[in-house]
Design a protein around this ligand. Structure first.
Ligand code: GDG
Length: 554
């Protein structure tokens, strides 16, 4: 089998070195790195934003042979799939991304993308019935079990004809790409849409090195009992088709091992974080995802961001007034309603703060085709109106809620706010918390749910929120607003230093290094999980030059 090389051979890797691989790379995520659209000027292509897309594109762009498999999400994506006859297309990924025609020469970086067009009814069952909401709700513990979920024949059919069928389609697309590369490739799968893919790819491509990173929480076996065995068992077995299954936190990794033990009766080791299945050993790991500090710094320094920051400071912070911020999708897991209830309680309990503190909420409407999400937006609006009616002072409403998609505004708000409230019911990681820490210029306080993945890493430097306890959250906001300057500075500086050294490159490097170790030692005798922060096993041989050791701690 070809070997993974972890050496600095790309812009992505420099400086300090992040891992690259000599194996061809096949990536899979539901949302792709490039989306095509059509306007009066013709076909347009836009690059996805966010740390994950940036990091994985950085890796894929610099490898000689990489392909990113994803769903066709726009009408124009589907046109591109038709034109390409279902094959992958090469895209120039510079400032103005565009498809590279067969014999064109390209300057700058390129990325090969294979979009899969799914028949709409199957996609709807896969996406709008099973992935969101069923899996999302189970994994974020969002169901009130007295009344939901109600799993009927509709959900069973959606699982079989939607989730299973669409996973098979994507598994075939991935396996085609692996086979086109001689059957040996590093396959990196992402998230809750594709739990069944690895098992099927392994059947067709037994020499592929397979990994899956789960971005959202993985609850313990009791919570998974919410799903019938006809759903939960295949999901677990599907993930066990991987060589390495990665989670955001040690807690989620342990939950997965316990699920395999308790629900599938498989031999598993909770200390080594391994599961034995079909004569193989599956490694279960945690890799806390993070942000790209250089990219954030650039956005923070941009003139548009600076202008926004000055406007926000003028509007919310003149005369010693303070600003609390939240930035979230309108997802029930983000707990926006209880956050506003806590703010209302804060103003009830501390009337001296009325007129002295504002709450800016930058919310992005999310999955409005799912009824629970649609209803949740209405619920948020009602609570905001109620708190504002109770506490308007000299014509100034305490909550300014904006439904916007404007990343420069988000970064500007991070930079000036005094407190950021991140109070999800459950969250895989939560990148808002990490982004805020890097760009805030006022030694703002991070008030963070115990149930956000980021809490496992940052607990020493944050004010803990209990996401269901509105009274506790109100008190924590009060503590944040009245904390002395030295303590605020000490907390933010320490937390920001952690995030800078545990960035998105470290997240990716750690995965590639573990995969290299698995491959080197053979799948049956792969190493036990190193303790968090312990040095990794050395990568031996001329091809295993490792130039970084930065490994995220859990
Ligand atoms: C899932 C998991 C995990 C915000 N407003 C705008 C905008 N944002 C950016 C933020 C941040 C991102 O969106 C939100 O990331 P989160 O991590 O907070 O949450 P999810 O969307 O739920 O992400 C989560 C993550 O995957 C990664 O593994 O951390 O736990 O649920 O980066 O800054 N981006 C743009 N415009 C905006 O208006 N472009």
């Amino acid at each position: 089998m070809a070997e993974i090389v972890t050496e600095s051979n790309s812009e992505f890797a420099a400086p300090g070195g992040a891992a690259a691989t000599e194996l061809p790379l096949v990536l899979l995520s539901h949302r792709g790195p490039i989306t095509f659209d059509w306007d009066e000027s013709g076909r347009t292509a836009s690059r996805g934003s966010g740390g994950l897309v940036t990091a994985l594109m950085g890796l894929a762009e610099h490898l000689a042979d990489a392909v990113w498999v994803c769903a066709a999400s726009s009408d124009e994506d589907r046109v591109v799939v038709g034109e390409a006859g279902g094959r992958s297309v090469l895209v120039a990924t510079g400032a103005e991304p565009a498809i590279v025609a067969g014999d064109d020469s390209v300057e700058g970086s390129t990325l090969r993308i294979k979009m899969v067009a799914v028949e709409p009814a199957a996609h709807d069952a896969f996406y709008a019935v099973i992935s969101n909401p069923l899996l999302w709700f189970v994994q974020h513990s969002l169901y009130g079990l007295a009344e939901s979920p109600v799993i009927t024949q509709v959900e069973h059919a959606a699982f079989d004809d939607g989730y299973v069928a669409v996973n098979r389609l994507f598994a075939d697309a991935v396996a085609d790409e692996v086979e086109a590369r001689g059957g040996k490739a590093l396959v990196m799968l992402h998230d809750y849409h594709f739990y069944l893919v690895a098992e099927q790819v392994r059947r067709r491509c037994p020499h592929a090195l397979l990994s899956h990173f789960v971005h959202i929480p993985w609850p313990g076996p009791d919570t998974w009992l919410t799903l019938p065995p006809t759903m939960r068992d295949p999901l677990l077995r599907g993930l066990l088709g991987n060589d390495v299954v990665g989670f955001q936190t040690l807690g989620f990794a342990r939950n997965f091992v316990r699920c395999c033990q308790d629900l599938l009766d498989l031999p598993a080791d909770l200390d080594a974080l391994t599961v034995s299945v079909d004569g193989r050993t599956v490694q279960v790991r945690h890799y806390p995802i993070s942000v790209d500090p250089a990219a954030l710094d650039r956005i923070a320094a941009a003139p548009v961001t600076q202008e926004y920051a000055a406007d926000l400071a003028g509007a919310f912070q003149s005369d010693g007034r303070q600003l609390i911020l939240r930035v979230d999708r309108t997802d029930p897991s983000k707990n926006v309603v209880r956050g506003f209830l806590a703010f209302g309680t804060l103003l009830d309990n501390h009337p001296e703060l009325v007129g002295k503190v504002s709450f800016l909420a930058l919310l992005q409407p999310s999955r409005t085709d799912v009824p629970e999400y649609f209803d949740y937006i209405a619920h948020i609006g009602a609570v905001v109106a109620e708190v504002n009616a109770r506490h308007t002072n000299e014509g100034r409403q305490p909550i300014d809620m904006r439904m916007v998609e404007d990343y420069a505004l988000v970064v500007a708000a991070y930079s000036v706010c005094d407190v950021v409230m991140v109070n999800p019911v459950a969250d895989g990681m939560n990148l808002v918390a990490k982004e805020f820490l890097l760009v805030n210029s006022r030694d703002g306080v991070l008030a963070l749910s115990e149930t956000a993945g980021a809490y496992e890493e940052l607990r020493e430097h944050v004010l803990a929120l209990h996401p269901f306890d509105v009274a506790q959250m109100a008190e924590a906001l009060y503590e944040a607003l009245t904390m002395d300057a030295d303590q605020r500075r000490e907390q933010r500086v320490a937390a920001a230093a952690h995030v800078r050294t545990h960035d998105v490159r470290a997240w990716l490097t750690a995965q590639l290094e573990d995969l290299a170790a698995v491959q080197r030692l053979g799948r049956r005798e792969a190493p036990a999980a190193p303790a968090a922060g312990a040095p990794l096993p050395p990568l031996e041989g001329a091809k295993h030059r490792r130039r970084t050791a930065a490994r995220p701690r859990g």
